[in-house]
Design a protein around this ligand. Sequence first.
Ligand SMILES: Nc1nc2c(ncn2[C@@H]2O[C@H](COP(=O)(O)OP(=O)(O)OP(=O)(O)O)[C@@H](O)[C@H]2O)c(=O)[nH]1
Ligand SMILES: [Mg+2]
Length: 358
Amino acid sequence: MKIGILGLPQAGKTTLFQTLTKGQAQATSSRGEKVHLGSVPVPDRRLDHLGAMYQPKKFTPAKVDYVDAPALETTGRERGSLASLTALRDVDAYALVVRAFPDPSVAHVMETVDPARDGGWLVGELLLEDLAQVERRLERIEKSVKVGKKPEDPNEYEALKLAKAALESERPVSRAGLSPAQERSIRGFQLFSLRPWIFVVNASDEQMKVGEAGLTGPLARRFPLIRAIGLSAKTEAELAALPEEEAKEFMSVLGIEEPGLTKMIRISFEALGLLSFFTVGQDEVRAWTIRDGSTAPQAAGAIHSDLERGFIRAEVIGYDDLARALTMAKAREQGLLRTEGRDYRVRDGDILNIRFSV
Ligand SMILES: Nc1nc2c(ncn2[C@@H]2O[C@H](COP(=O)(O)OP(=O)(O)OP(=O)(O)O)[C@@H](O)[C@H]2O)c(=O)[nH]1
Ligand SMILES: [Mg+2]
């Protein structure tokens, strides 16, 4: 899972990135602008427990990659230069950072602090970027249609027309009503609005004390379909640098119930419709991320394409059942291990053993 961080200048994007990646950052340059890339393991108590049970040679959590980009330009010639940032295109979802913290020592490009306005501006800008791209492509196709040529790919042509109509009425392309084939035909354009967006409201500690719902409320009312979380990026970046025990103590003093890191991952999984399943053994205990609704062969395919191709059946046990039985042998004795076939829909927390032959 890869998440792109977007926002206005000085909204706290890089601070959020530092929080999420615990300070690790690898800066690369995209057309002269600094882009930070970082990768973090997805914290999962279930996987930790499985690791303790099996003591494997290799322990492999799922991971999330974050991309922190330069700010979106709000004015002038550079406005819209965003589209050229390839590092930001190749992601699964976008975190839109909006500033709520009042700090007068940090300038705001729009003079005042107003998270709902900034969120609206970002959404508008991303939709405009998509519209410009869709129109450019559509014009090219229509030019050749005018001289009597058939569109190369009728799916693409239809998809672009639907996308344009949606964007013109300020709806994301994800809600343009595209068929799966139509959606595939325009996937190569990597439109912003074909992927989920999450608002991250960057607040002060005082604002966090008042409660997350109050912070995200104005955005949630205006954009009911976009998930929103609130956190204090700066405080959490500081906490991330502390030893775990100390960080926990400070968190309880500040009244932070869930660290931004896990909050972000939870909401990203929700927005993307993802779930985790596990594979276990003495060699490796590992977490895998798949789309909710995936069948057992599709889950097998996440491990290796051979496992999907040669899929025979899956031995399945839910994490909770295994945890209760204490060992796999006992679980087997108690009949908790099931055999599932090709149509089985994998559930979050399933432990799978794929039987296959190629
Ligand atoms: N008071 C306060 N300051 C913050 C918070 N988050 C970020 N800042 C400060 O705001 C300034 C900008 O933060 P960055 O994380 O660099 O913001 P950015 O969005 O990456 O900025 P650009 O990349 O320059 O657009 C820094 O001085 C931060 O210390 C916060 O939650 N509270
Ligand atoms: Mg930055």
